[in-house]
Design a protein around this ligand. Structure first.
Ligand SMILES: Nc1nc2c(ncn2[C@@H]2O[C@H](COP(=O)(O)OP(=O)(O)O)[C@@H](O)[C@H]2O)c(=O)[nH]1
Ligand SMILES: [Mg+2]
Length: 222
């Protein structure tokens, strides 16, 4: 059976910046979904657009501006037809980490909001941790990985902007990444290489995300 994300079904629902509101909502909703997290400018919004439909998320010209968690709902489609009576799934576009130029107040707000999200999202949210394929494992990426690990979420590492790798040297460095990640971080379930812009690797990532959603749904109903 060929399930896909129904791009036509994706709808923006909430922009949440208040941790208390977020906590209440997550506790009440008991969501199954997927969340995008990564450094500012790594291509979270672009990846969301290629997976969930053009112009779902705003692609920012200025990094680090998003203070909110943007929440979207979506459904799956089967053989090109939306599953109307199927479950509603949720997509979270999280504000980026690692922006150097923000104030202390903004950093502490970010930490509080993120903490609330990771504490309350639950096991049925898949974390897609995006990194830049040209500059993997930046300090802020490593710091975030350390932060994420104890939560025990299902996590895929996604390396974006594959189209920007031009030299053989860059490509072979990237090939070594996968075994290195599985060795260092056995809690990372999958590693993907994509270009949100050229759509390389996006169909494969979509299949993996859909399989995750179907699995979690099935586990709940059994
Ligand atoms: N070349 C290339 N540029 C990309 C790709 N994905 C995103 N970008 C660009 O990177 C910038 C930041 O993208 P955005 O999606 O807003 O990043 P976000 O801050 O993580 O949400 C934009 O100028 C995008 O056009 C990609 O796969 N390839
Ligand atoms: Mg964005």
């Amino acid at each position: 059976m060929d399930y896909k994300i129904s791009k036509a079904s994706t709808k923006f629902r909430y922009g949440m910046s208040d941790p208390n509101q977020l906590e209440d909502w997550l506790r009440a909703e008991n969501v199954i979904g997927v969340s995008m997290i990564g450094r500012s400018n790594v291509g979270k919004s672009s990846s969301i657009n290629s997976l969930f439909g053009n112009k779902t998320a705003n692609i920012s010209k200025t990094p680090g501006r998003t203070r909110e968690i943007n929440i979207f709902e979506f459904k799956l489609e089967l053989n090109g037809k939306p599953v109307e009576d199927g479950p509603t799934y949720w997509l979270f576009d999280l504000p980026g980490y690692g922006h150097a130029k923000v104030s202390k107040e903004m950093k502490s707000h970010w930490q509080k909001l993120m903490h609330t999200f990771f504490e309350n999202a639950g096991d049925d949210v898949l974390m897609l941790n995006l990194q830049d394929a040209r500059h993997p494992n930046q300090d802020s990426d490593k710091e975030f990985k350390k932060y994420l690990e104890p939560y025990g979420f299902n996590t895929f590492m996604v390396f974006n902007k594959l189209d920007k790798l031009k030299t053989q040297k860059e490509r072979s460095a990237l090939n070594k990444l996968k075994p290195q990640i599985y060795k260092e971080s056995d809690w990372v379930e999958q590693v993907h290489f994509v270009s949100a812009e050229k759509k390389t690797g996006i169909p494969t990532l979509e299949t993996s995300v859909v399989n995750f959603l179907l699995n979690q749904t099935q586990q709940r109903s059994s």
